[in-house]
Design a protein around this ligand. Structure first.
Ligand code: UMA
Ligand code: ADP
Length: 401
């Protein structure tokens, strides 16, 4: 009997898949009331603290990426030699003859995944982006597609033991998710697993952690960022990854680049909203840590003479000193929102306004500024459901100016 571990987006999609295929299964979650349980088909559930008895009669586990290997239930399963696979493994096993492209990295995964989907579709392929990007792979009607562009997090890689990729790329590796991996070295090894399951390894020669690996390095192509609608030079490596994969698929690079130029980018990632009264507004709500906000400021600082940064939310336990230094050098004014407002106010010595009511955050913008960047560097959960809702609130405010 199959056991699904985790009743989130992944677990629910696995459950619906099993129900559709008349396979017997049960599902477990360490929360008493997982909010998505209402979307489950009829099945046996084990909600609340993990118990050993959940594993009785279980011959296979399909695990959700967010469940750490150190959890008791995982340890017990390993003791009992119960095979553990991912939802992606399950899908792969039933679609062996299709093309699988895997994309991982610390930054740029979603952008590259959606860009590749966009380009492949434009070139006439039945391609779809899925995985960590938010579409669990088992929700896809596989008959409709030939190419699966799978965004893979390190968590998903850790649990994918059957998947084989036709093409795989690790965009970059910088420290992240250390709460799960303890050391940077462990995290690197997790990312490098992608290459051990890739027939063709696409290599970013500028990445210190992967450049020694034998594979297909990014093709030399003079990317003209002005010709694209993407903002920021960090996108060059995302674009080169797409160009290189498409070259492997035998597409002409100039033709591919023409398609790339039509891609308008992803919502909430340094997304240009509009110009109002000579001032450009950007929504970068996806920036939930200091590193992303630093990237956003660096992407815009040479284009504008005076940038207002809207910052704040639920602060993470991370080092904000580099961000503060960059703010002091490159930002004209800071508008602070959310529960971390006082923290940032005490650290920043350039002109700062605290907007107690988020709906008023655009009301005290420096009149001489030519750019407003909403890049909070914090999680959204103090005031919003998620970063998407936060970004939509910002865009609504801009659109009603
Ligand atoms: N759970 C437990 N016990 C635990 C941990 C989790 O019972 O100790 C339960 C949770 O209560 C939850 C369930 O497990 O109900 C599943 O949670 P999950 O965290 O695996 O999340 P899903 O809802 O299945 O979403 C996952 C990805 N989430 C994570 O990897 C944390 C989603 O990526 C992904 O879009 C989705 O599968 C579809 O593939 C999100 C993410 O934050 C966007 N990813 C991280 C990132 O990008 O940095 C890795
Ligand atoms: P991910 O899915 O890996 O989180 P996204 O494509 O959603 O990445 O981009 C998130 C943020 O990371 C962007 O807003 C941008 O600031 C930054 N970013 C995107 N691509 C890169 C890259 N190749 N290198 C460094 N930073 C990047």
């Amino acid at each position: 009997v199959n056991l699904i571990l985790g009743c989130g987006v992944t677990g629910v999609s696995v459950a619906n898949y099993f129900a559709k295929h008349h396979k017997s299964f049960s599902i477990a979650d360490s929360r008493k009331h997982p909010p998505l349980a209402k979307h489950l088909p009829e099945c046996q559930t084990f909600f609340g603290r993990w118990k050993r008895s959940i594993l009785e009669h279980i011959s296979r586990i399909i695990i959700s990426p967010g469940i750490a290997p150190t959890e008791d239930i995982v340890q017990w399963a390993i003791e009992k030699n119960i095979p553990i696979i991912s939802d992606i493994d399950l899908f792969y096993q039933e679609n062996l003859h299709k093309t699988f492209i895997g994309i991982t990295g610390s930054n740029g995964k979603s952008t590259t995944t959606k860009l590749l989907e966009f380009v492949l579709q434009k070139l006439g392929n039945k391609a779809i982006a899925c995985g960590n990007i938010g579409l669990p792979i088992l929700d896809i009607d596989s008959k409709k597609y030939d190419i699966f562009v799978v965004e893979l997090s390190s968590y998903q890689l850790d649990y994918s033991n059957l998947l084989q990729l036709d093409y795989g790329v690790v965009l970059n590796i910088t420290p992240d998710h250390l709460e799960r991996y303890q050391t940077f070295e462990n995290y690197i090894q997790s990312k490098l697993k992608l290459y051990t399951i890739s027939k063709t390894k696409i290599i970013n020669p500028a990445c210190e952690q992967t450049k020694h690996i034998i594979g297909q390095p990014f093709i030399p192509f003079a990317v003209d960022m002005h010709a694209t609608k993407l903002v920021g030079r960090h996108n060059i490596e995302n674009i080169l990854a797409v160009l290189t994969i498409c070259k492997q698929l035998t597409y002409d690079s100039n033709k591919v680049f023409d398609s790339i130029c039509d891609f308008t980018g992803l919502e909430h990632r340094l997304e240009f909203v509009r110009n109002v009264g000579g001032r450009d507004y950007y929504n970068d709500s996806k920036a939930t840590n200091a590193h992303s906000t630093i990237t956003a400021i660096k992407a815009l600082q040479h284009t504008y003479s005076s940038i207002v940064l809207i910052l704040g939310g639920r602060k993470k336990t991370e080092d904000y000193s580099q961000l503060i230094t960059l703010i002091q050098q490159s930002i004209t004014q800071v508008v602070l929102i959310g529960e971390s407002a006082q923290f940032f106010a005490s650290k920043i010595s350039i002109p700062t306004v605290i907007s107690v009511d988020v709906n008023m955050m655009l009301h005290s913008i420096d009149i001489n500024s030519d750019c407003v960047l909403f890049s909070p560097a914090c999680a959204s959960f103090d005031m919003f459901e998620n970063f998407e809702q936060r970004g939509n609130v910002f865009k609504t405010l801009v659109n009603t100016l």
